[in-house]
Design a protein. Sequence first.
Lengths: 389, 96
Amino acid sequence: MAKRVGMEVALAVAEAVGQCNIDMAAVYPITPQSHIGEHLSDLVADGKIDAEFVTVESEHSAISAIIGASGTGARVYTATSSQGLMLMHEILPIASAMRLPLVMGIANRAVSGPLNILNDHSDIMPQRDCGWISLFVENGQEAIDLSIQSFKIAEHKDVNLPICVNIDGFQLTHMVEPVEFPDQELVNKFLPPRESFATLHPSKPVTMGAFAMSDYFTEILKAKNEALKSSKKIILEVWEEWAKMFGRTYKPVETYKADDAELLVLTMGSMGETAEMAIDELQAQGASVGLVKLRLWRPFPFAEIKEVLMKAKRVLVTDRAVSFGGPGGPVCGEVKAALYNESHKPVIYSSIIGLGGRDVTVADFTGMINRVIKGEANVDTYEFWGVRE
Amino acid sequence: MTKKKGPAPWQEIITGCVVLNPGSASEYHTGSWRAQRPVWNNQKCIKCGICYVFCPEGCVSQTEDGFFKANLDYCKGCGICSHECWPRAIAMVEEG
């Protein structure tokens, strides 16, 4: 029987990773990720899982170490946050170019400066174009499920790409939630041992991470882009298999009471559940509103997002990060790009919210939505919701 | 050694660009970058071998008669051999 417990989400993520028969993990502590690494280290030290835990001296070393280990065919894991992710940045596109199935948990936290340890999405957004599969979770259960699924997706023979699971720092990582761990036997069945396409071994030497000049670089990047785009098919297959085995369904774009709604609100990450309460409240008052939740950030689900949003007259996109001097929040930019070629597209509003851990409440959502309903929101630009003026 | 083909299209890029054939870097003839080639004047050469020692490509070798020559498949024309040759037996000549 699946085990249902109350547990801090960061610890639950480590427990879930511990169910995945990993061979090696390298994690450097950083708030609010640290509890993931600490608990994983405990599991190894207590002999509960048979893996190497490498205590590296930085996040740059953590990602580099798991790349090396992954090259030998090992199943590997790391986790980080904010500045740690920024320090890893140099290595991230190398990992995807080498097509190594790394799995990384990200406890999303604002990047400095000013120094701030609380949640927003400004750490993952600069990593957007590094060629990783990027998923967002909304609660502790999803953090467990997607952490386990990630190994299967990343290691699939038609994928072979690194993957990151975005878990809002503090808002999720430090919450104690009721969660259910899948049976170990079923996880073993779901997640067979990794079969790598090439391994570093003295008996059959290969070179990984070789040099390439302009005569091959374009073709190599095209191949990487196609691999990332076509990983969506495998992600969908894995989610289908998960639903059959464990009864919980996942989609690239999920909706909440969105049928026939004239105004759709789009969220990514933990604030989706807060938005649900705002939708309930507004629908009870007779407003035609619904919620859309983006789970798959990369590869961006263009077809799915179009299918959902094209039914609405207006869409309010919320972003937990700023693209400074750009077109608004990064999510809004992608949504607009996805709909640009459609002739009867909805009007899109952009709100930046919840920066550096500022609370996002039900009242914030009802406030933002009412502003759009009343025609007071500015469609020509993006707004910093709740900024003091 | 596999037969040299033209550059592959993107569909044929090996996953992760893994090089499965050890030593295949020798198939890459870096001598194609060269703008100048070293030319030995064996009248001046004293067979000291300093060109052989300093060549960063390892492409200078000694011939049976004791003089030296460069493998032009890999000589990039850097001129280090010419610079180090104290009897001034090596001239760098523009490639046609």
